[in-house]
Design a protein around this ligand. Structure first.
Ligand SMILES: *Cc1c(COP(=O)(O)O)cnc(C)c1O
Length: 416
C-alpha cells in the first residue's frame, strides 16, 4: 500500500498529505508513481509466459506524466479518440504499440491513426470497417484491423460498465465477425491482424475472461479453416480492484489461464488494463468546509467538503464506494455517521454516505482508490475549475497538472 498512517497523519510513499495540501491546495488528486509502476510490473510478470503487449487504457487516467512513464516501462496504449492518440504521441508513446477502440471513430480520427501507423484498429461495426477501408484507400495505406467480438459474457458488474452482453452497443456477435473477417480478408487496403474483446470493467473473477477467450478462440479456429490467420488476440481490460472488500482480480490467474489456452498457438496476447494499474495509486484530497450535524433523530449529518461530483463522479454515476479517511488528526472532532457531500447543487452530489468518522471543520480528508476514472471524468459543472494533479515519486512530489483557473475556464467563451 502506498498510503500509511503515522501518528494520525496519512503519508504517501513517505510524503505527508498535509504538506501536499499546504503547497497545492484542495481539492487535489495525488498519485503514487511507485504504486503504478508496481502494478504494471506485476501484470507484466504474470503474463511473462505469453508473448504479450500491455496496452494501457488511456481513458482510465490520461495524465501525460503517467503516460510518458508507462511508455518508458514498455507499455503500449489502448485509445478511444483522436484526442487520446495526440496525447499518447505527445507523451512519447510508440504508434506501433497503440490499439484504437471505440464505436464512433470519425474520418479525422481514422486518418490520423493511419498516418501515424498505429498497431491496430479494433473495429466495432460493418460500417466502421468499410469507412476504414475507404480512408486507407484514399491515403494509399493498408489499415491493420481486428474485429471486436461481443462474446455475450456476463461479467456481473455494474450495468454501465458491462460491455460484453448482446444488449450493449459494443462489438459484433461472432456470426457477424466471421462475415466481416471474410470481407476484410478480401479487401485490398485492409490487413487482418487480430481479434479482440472487452467484456466490461471491475471484474474480480477469472471465469468471464476464460469464457470470453474461449469464444474468441473458437472463432480463430473457424478463420484458420478459411486460411485467414491472425497475429494477435486481445482480451481487453476490466481487471477488478478493491474499493471496499471485493477480492482484487488475481492477475497471475489471468496469466495462467491465457498461457494454457495460447501455448499451442502462434498468437501474441494483448491486454488493455486501465483501472487495475492506476485505481489504488490515486487519492482525492479534500478539506471539510462545514459540518451540518443532524437537526432531528431521523435527519442526517452532513460534512460539506470542497470536492464534489464534478471532481469525482463515480459515487453519483455508478453508486461507487470510495473509502474516505481523515488525512490528519485534529482537536474537537465530532464522531457521527456523516454523509460526505460536495458544494454542487444536486442531491446526487455525494462522495460517501453514512461514514462513521470523527470530523472537524477545516480537516483534510483522503478519498481512496480515486486514481482511475477520477480526474478524467471531472467537469466544470457549477463553473468549478478542475482540480490539480500531483505525482509522488521517490520521497518528493510535483504538480503534473496545475489547478485550472477561473480565467482559463472563461477564456474561450464569447457573449453573442
Ligand atoms: C475502458 C476500456 C478498457 C479499460 O477498462 P478497465 O476496466 O479500466 O481496465 C479496455 N478496453 C476498452 C476497449 C475499453 O473501452
Amino acid at each position: 500500500m502506498p498510503f500509511e498512517r503515522r501518528e494520525g497523519s496519512l503519508y504517501v510513499d513517505g510524503v505527508a498529505l498535509t504538506d501536499i495540501a499546504k503547497s497545492v491546495g484542495t481539492p487535489a488528486y495525488v498519485y503514487s508513481w511507485a504504486s503504478i509502476r508496481q502494478r504494471f510490473e506485476e501484470l507484466d510478470a504474470a503474463l511473462a509466459d505469453s508473448n504479450h503487449q500491455i496496452c494501457y487504457a488511456v481513458k482510465a487516467c490520461s495524465s501525460m506524466t503517467i503516460l510518458a512513464r508507462l511508455a518508458e516501462l514498455g507499455a503500449g496504449f489502448d485509445i478511444v479518440s483522436g484526442g487520446e492518440l495526440e496525447r499518447v504521441l505527445a507523451a512519447g508513446g510508440t504508434p506501433g504499440a497503440i490499439v484504437f477502440s471505440g464505436v464512433g471513430k470519425s474520418v479525422e480520427e481514422i486518418d490520423l491513426a493511419l498516418k501515424v501507423g498505429i498497431r491496430c484498429f479494433n473495429v466495432e461495426s460493418a460500417s466502421e470497417l468499410r469507412r476504414i477501408e475507404e480512408r486507407a484507400a484514399i491515403l494509399s495505406r493498408r489499415a491493420p484491423i481486428s474485429i471486436r467480438v461481443n462474446p455475450n459474457v456476463d461479467p456481473k458488474t455494474h450495468p454501465y460498465i458491462a460491455t460484453g452482453l448482446k444488449t450493449v452497443k459494443f462489438g459484433v456477435p461472432a456470426e457477424v465477425a466471421l462475415e466481416l473477417y471474410r470481407e476484410a480478408h478480401a479487401a485490398e487496403h485492409l490487413d487482418v491482424v487480430g481479434i479482440d474483446c472487452h467484456i466490461g470493467s471491475q471484474i474480480n473473477d477469472v471465469a468471464p475472461f476464460a469464457e470470453a477467450l474461449d469464444a474468441l478462440l473458437a472463432l480463430v479456429d473457424q478463420l484458420d479453416n478459411e486460411k485467414i490467420s491472425l497475429r494477435h488476440i486481445d482480451i481487453g481490460g476490466g481487471f477488478g480492484v478493491t474499493y471496499q472488500n471485493e477480492a482484487r482480480l488475481d492477475t497471475r490467474a489471468i496469466g495462467t489461464m491465457a498461457k494454457e489456452r495460447l501455448a499451442s498457438r502462434a498468437l501474441d496476447l494483448i491486454v488493455e488494463p486501465g483501472r487495475s494499474l492506476v485505481a489504488d495509486a490515486g487519492i482525492l484530497l479534500t478539506r471539510v468546509e462545514y459540518l451540518k450535524p443532524r437537526i432531528a433523530e431521523d435527519a442526517k449529518s452532513f460534512a460539506v467538503v470542497d470536492a464534489a461530483m464534478n471532481d469525482l463522479i463515480r459515487p453519483a454515476l455508478y453508486q461507487a464506494f470510495h473509502d474516505i479517511q481523515p488525512a490528519e488528526q485534529v482537536d474537537d472532532s465530532v464522531r457521527d455517521s456523516w454523509d460526505i457531500v460536495g458544494p454542487v447543487c444536486e442531491s446526487g452530489d455525494f462522495l460517501g454516505h453514512g461514514r462513521v468518522l470523527a470530523l472537524a471543520e477545516g480537516q483534510l480528508l483522503a478519498i481512496f482508490s480515486a486514481g482511475a476514472y477520477g480526474f478524467v471524468q471531472s467537469s466544470n459543472y457549477n463553473t468549478r475549475p478542475r482540480a490539480c494533479e500531483v505525482i509522488v515519486d521517490d520521497g518528493s512530489f510535483a504538480v503534473m497538472r496545475p489547478r485550472e483557473s477561473i480565467a482559463e475556464m472563461l477564456r474561450s467563451e464569447v457573449i453573442v
